[in-house]
Design a binder for this molecule. Structure first.
Ligand SMILES: [Cu+2]
Length: 283
């Protein structure tokens, strides 16, 4: 039995590496998996910082929980009626009160340092190589590339019955937003109607798109692949049906895509896309 186990375990481990290896070969896919217990793998510098901060906070929390639990268990036993028949009448203890006020303040102040560092790091990038403009609409996203002519298109949800083999349910869109990998991309976010939120967990981007206001953040996607996210601000009946799909391409492939996309989306303007058509009618 034990012998069997010894041969089985390495086989499983090798198998797991093979699965991971083939997944990498097919391109990285960033989305939540069934029964996932931990965060998605961080795939941008900001996401790595958010991830590390989460681990640090979790460690502090665990330490506090263990400490408080230990004190409680000690008190329950040490000061039970049996062990402590005549209770003390003490109501104040200056040193103790200063300590239990002061120590939490010190802990919070220490936590504030990495928190603020992360916030300022994710706030904006001083050396953006390109800009992507994200517009929220009820209920789809529009993307424009101000550095690349007037390229602009809508990214609309694909319903279950139109999904093709391998496309994830509730996460697939007709036109994924394409970005170059390993590039500092400035993100400008706004909305045409109500507040939406453009959120991609693996990149630690999660920012409101607010009508009449432009919010800025940035992203540097560590490797090419497919990155999925969702609108994360309750924005109306179809809130659950405005997913985000970022296709990150190597820089050269992105340049090739730009050429193709400019042609494709300029000819699309009056046909095919009912949303654009509706807009044109209104104007
Ligand atoms: Cu929304």
């Amino acid at each position: 039995m034990l012998k069997r186990l010894f041969t089985l375990v390495p086989a499983v481990v090798v198998g797991m590496f093979a699965v991971v290896g083939s997944a990498l070969a097919e391109g990285y896919v960033a989305r939540s998996k069934p029964w996932q217990m931990w965060l998605q793998e961080p795939m941008s510098p900001s996401a790595v910082m958010v991830h590390d901060l989460n681990v640090l906070l979790l460690a502090i929390e665990v330490a506090i929980v263990i400490f408080v639990l230990a004190i409680m268990v000690y008190c329950v036993i040490r000061f039970s009626e049996k062990n402590n028949p005549t209770p003390s009448k003490t109501t104040h203890h200056t040193l103790l009160e200063v300590a239990w006020t002061g120590i939490p303040i010190v802990i919070l102040a220490l936590i504030a340092i990495p928190s603020l560092k992360t916030l300022y790091f994710a706030d904006h990038t001083p050396d953006a190589e390109m800009t992507l403009k994200v517009m929220g609409n009820q209920w789809y996203w529009s993307y424009s590339y101000p550095d690349h002519g007037d390229l602009e298109f809508d990214s609309v949800f694909v319903p279950d019955e139109e999904l093709k083999e391998g496309q994830p349910r509730l996460l697939t869109v007709d036109n994924p937003v394409v970005l170059p990998a390993e590039t500092n991309v400035r993100l400008l976010l706004s909305s045409n109607d109500v507040i939406h939120n453009w959120a991609i967990p693996s990149l630690a981007v999660k920012l409101d798109t607010t009508p009449g206001r432009t919010n800025e953040t940035w992203v540097h996607i560590n490797q090419p692949g497919d990155y999925y996210g969702m609108c994360s601000e309750l924005c109306g009946v179809n809130h659950g049906y405005m997913p985000i799909h970022i296709k990150a391409l190597p820089k050269a492939e992105f340049a090739a895509w730009l050429v193709k996309a400019k042609k494709e989306f300029s000819s699309n303007e009056t046909e095919e896309n009912p949303v654009r058509l509706a807009k044109a009618v209104v104007q």
